[in-house]
Design a protein around this ligand. Structure first.
Ligand SMILES: [Zn+2]
Ligand SMILES: [Zn+2]
Length: 156
């Protein structure tokens, strides 16, 4: 295992805990480290499962609370994708949007300067001040689309 994963994020989190008079705990460190290594869009239960491979004694509540702390510290972003709350790395990441496969749940990231530019133009036209946005595009990934083609009756 690489030991220097997310060193900067770990420093940010340590500083956040100090600033908010929260104690630094080994459990929180394991949760953060696991989160940073996964590079994915994790539900609380996804992260819990990964964390428990390393530390079976860490419970769901601790994982959830730590994720909320990471969010407050600017290290994690919460996303609600198809009704499920997920978290992804946030720190110093470029803005991006998501494609979500309705069949297998796979999530693909994309970013397009052109889409961003067009929406800025449309907003400017109506004097709308954009404060943020999230595009979630639903459909079927390549594998699931191929499956559905092979079994047309299975397609909803
Ligand atoms: Zn799929
Ligand atoms: Zn993402």
């Amino acid at each position: 295992m690489k030991t220097d994963v997310g060193r900067e994020e770990k420093e940010v989190f340590a500083a956040y805990l100090v600033k908010n008079h929260l104690k630094r705990s080994e459990q929180r460190e394991v949760i953060l480290d696991t989160f940073l290594r996964s590079e994915r869009h994790l539900s609380v239960d996804d992260l819990l499962q990964l964390v428990q491979k390393r530390r079976p004694d860490i419970g769901r509540t601790t994982v959830y609370r730590t994720l909320k702390l990471l969010q407050s510290a600017g290290l994690a972003q919460e996303l609600v994708l198809q009704g499920q709350t997920r978290f992804e790395r946030e720190y110093k990441r470029q803005h991006h949007d998501h494609f979500i496969c309705k069949s297998c749940g796979e999530i693909f990231e994309f970013s397009s300067a052109e889409i961003e530019r067009i929406q800025d133009e449309i907003a400017a036209d109506i004097g709308f001040v954009i404060d943020g946005h999230r595009h979630q595009i639903f459909g079927y990934c390549r594998d699931c689309a191929a499956d559905a083609k092979a079994r047309p009756e299975a397609r909803r």
